[in-house]
Design a binder for this molecule. Structure first.
Ligand code: CP
Ligand code: NVA
Length: 305
């Protein structure tokens, strides 16, 4: 039987996602009240392939596996045969005979799809150029913890129509909220993602229009990993897409601010917003741990049963 993978936010239904977020909240509460859950994935191993840098994703998956009683292997292309041209298909077949789950952070989304096609164990997207669904689980957990259900809410995405924006668009469809993205011309989300999310998505060129009446305001870096050479052109294109206190004032009084981090203060977001009372970025970062533990438990347990 083919394992369930988590390559896209669309890979879990809305109901499955809601249940997973509740489980994440439960695991977090247990941990905070001194509980242990090292029996849940005892003896299981997660392989982690990183073709791009990471702080949060690496640490949260690695610590998460430890807390669940398993362990995690950090694999970089520099030190494995992947970096010397061993085919992805072969790597997938070999690794999945030894580990119980694989997490991959890479560039082209097609690579992770190819890996998953040849893997006999679940594969998790730890960020590709197209999506960052594991981050969305943490963002949604954070929203639920602070404000309750996100159904019917208005979320403003300010900036690049990038991997995070795509996962927010899919999340809007799965969890039934409205995403309004303000992106400069030339930096729109992928047409295929727009096509799939039409009823839950609006695009504008005006950051102020997007922020108006929002329950949650989200932004991200202007140049993602792999786009470093476009930095100065992007700085010019994104100059009207800065999240500051003036923009936040247009949102609802109880609106939250999120950023997946790392952030560039005074570039895409002002220091006072990032450090201010509406910002929940540190909870959001912490929730990578709890949400991914729930995801690992779900996928590995399902595949073993
Ligand atoms: N937000 C996020 O994925 O952070 P890292 O790049 O540090 O993993
Ligand atoms: N959009 C950013 C997210 C980093 C976590 C990137 O892809 O670099």
């Amino acid at each position: 039987m083919n394992p369930r993978h988590y390559l896209s936010f669309l890979d879990l239904s809305g109901d499955e996602t809601r249940a997973l977020l509740q489980r994440a909240i439960e695991l977090k509460q247990q941990l905070k009240s001194g509980g242990h859950h090292d029996d849940l994935l005892r003896g299981k191993t997660l392989g982690m392939i990183f073709e791009k840098s990471s702080t949060r994703t690496r640490v949260s998956f690695e610590v998460g596996m430890q807390q669940l009683g398993g362990n995690a292997l950090f694999l970089s292309p520099r030190d494995t045969q992947l970096g010397r041209g061993e085919p992805i298909e072969d790597t997938a077949r070999v690794l999945s005979r030894m580990v119980d789950c694989v997490m991959i952070r890479t560039y082209e989304h097609e690579k992770i799809e190819l890996f998953a096609k040849h893997s006999s164990v679940p594969v998790i997207n730890g960020l590709t150029d197209l999506e960052h669904p594991a981050q969305l689980l943490a963002d949604l957990q954070t929203y639920v913890e602070h404000r309750g259900d996100i159904r019917g809410k208005r979320v403003a995405w300010i900036g690049d129509g990038n991997n995070m924006c795509h996962s927010y668009m899919y999340a809007a469809r799965q969890l039934d909220f409205q995403l309004v993205a303000a992106c400069p011309e030339g930096y729109d989300p992928e047409p295929s993602v727009v096509e799939t999310t039409q009823e839950h998505f609006e695009l504008t060129r005006d950051a102020r229009a997007a922020a108006e009446g929002a329950d949650l305001v989200v932004t991200d870096v202007w140049a993602s990993m792999g786009q470093e050479q476009e930095k100065s052109a992007r700085r010019r294109a994104f100059s009207g897409f800065f999240v500051d206190a003036d923009l936040m004032r247009l949102a609802n009084d109880d609106a939250l601010f999120m950023h997946c981090l790392p952030a560039h203060r005074e570039e895409e977001v002002s220091t006072d917003v990032l450090e201010g009372p509406q910002s929940v970025v540190w909870d959001e970062a912490e929730n990578r741990l709890h949400a991914q533990k729930a995801l690992l438990e779900f996928l590995i347990t399902l595949n073993a049963s």
